[in-house]
Design a protein around this ligand. Structure first.
Ligand code: TYM
Length: 333
């Protein structure tokens, strides 16, 4: 039997998961789980590249696990685990740091954005963040990485690092490909539709949180910034309406063209109500499952334990190969 191709992706527990995270990543993850061998990681080590309150971080990490499961990821089919539970990530990360140039890191736009936002804490972890991300992916000989548009540059550097290592030492890493959905890959902030929707946004009206109640969702969509026309049409000069069209399309599976047709002449009020309802229809069942799962601590513990064991076993295969290739002596057993 042919082996399934491997998928790896992850999410930072650095805030409340947004509709952007869901439509850009999670929704695709659940669609891929039957056809691929998938690892879905909660990347807590990445989260501490900006200062986190430990109590909050633990809570967010716990919540993220229930959300992974609640969106429909089956722990029997997927390996779901915490990055900090699998030490090979940090070990490979260090080695790959020695095969990455500062010139490459200096070009990372996400670092520039985050450094500007956290000017009081521009730590070297934030700087080398993409190298740890490369380690996450390369440890598992990953074929495909389903992410939102904002991670494209990180995928490119991962491929560059892997290619460089392979050139020096011979085939060691599979060169992964990004998998970016056609819709939902870049959900924008509701009040400022020229910037992306982000977990860390301080303006709560910019984001829809996975756990927002239906009335809150309807309200936030109703208040979303649009424009002075009244035509539901996708266009660069209509960022607000285009964003809502993207959200509607990703939530309903209809194409943008179908949606434009559906709301031709309908006006923004009607359109916004339909967008809100489509979002609620996606999120409400997930919220119910989160509430059920939260009651089942033993089950969640079992998922975490099994996930870390399986991930660790797979990761060790690649790590020991890499250690040997760079010239480390084998452990004496
Ligand atoms: P993070 O935690 O910021 O986001 C998780 C996933 O959500 C996607 N995403 C969006 N998609 C559409 N619209 C948006 N507004 C939006 N905001 C976020 C992201 O593209 C991502 O897929 N560096 C990663 C985490 C990571 C990772 C990895 C991912 C660490 N190691 C290895 C893949 C493979 C990040 O910060 O994601």
């Amino acid at each position: 039997m042919e082996e399934k191709k491997r998928i790896f992706s992850g999410m930072q527990p650095s805030g409340m998961i947004t509709l952007g995270n869901y439509l850009g990543a999670m929704k695709n993850w659940t669609a891929l789980q039957n056809d691929y061998d998938c690892l879905y990681c909660i990347v807590d080590m990445h989260a501490i590249t900006v200062r986190q309150d430990p109590v909050k971080l633990r809570k967010q990490a716990k919540d993220l696990l229930t959300q992974y499961l609640a969106v429909g990821l089956d722990p029997e089919k997927n390996t779901i685990y915490y990055q900090s539970h699998v030490s090979q990530h940090a070990e490979l990360g260090w080695i790959l740091n020695c095969y990455t140039y500062m010139g490459e890191m200096n070009r990372m736009t996400q670092f520039k954005d985050k450094a500007a936002k956290h000017a009081d804490n521009i730590n070297t972890g934030l700087y080398t963040y993409p190298v740890l991300m490369a380690a996450d992916i390369l440890l598992y000989q990953t074929d495909l990485v389903p992410v939102g548009e904002d991670q494209r540059q990180h995928l490119e550097i991962t491929r560059d690092i892997a290619g460089r290592f392979n050139t020096i030492y011979g085939d060691t890493f599979k060169i992964p490909e990004a998998y970016i959905g056609k819709v939902g890959a870049r959900v924008m902030a509701l009040q400022e539709p020229t910037k992306k929707m982000s977990k860390s946004d301080e303006n709560k009206n910019n984001t829809i949180i996975l756990m927002d109640e239906p009335a809150v969702i309807m309200n936030k969509i109703k208040r979303a910034v649009t424009d002075s026309e009244d035509e539901v049409r996708f266009s660069e000069d209509k960022p607000g309406i285009s964003n809502l069209l993207g959200i509607y399309s990703a939530c309903t599976g209809k194409t943008i063209a179908e949606a434009e047709k559906e709301f031709a002449g309908a006006g923004y009020g009607t359109f916004k109500t339909a967008v809100g309802e489509a979002v609620v229809a996606n999120l409400e069942p997930i919220q119910q499952r989160v509430r059920d799962l939260e009651k089942n601590k033993d089950y969640l513990d079992e998922v975490i334990k099994k996930g870390a064991e399986r991930a660790s076993k797979l990761a060790e295969r690649t790590l020991s190969k890499v250690q040997k290739r760079v010239g480390f002596l084998p452990k004496v057993r």
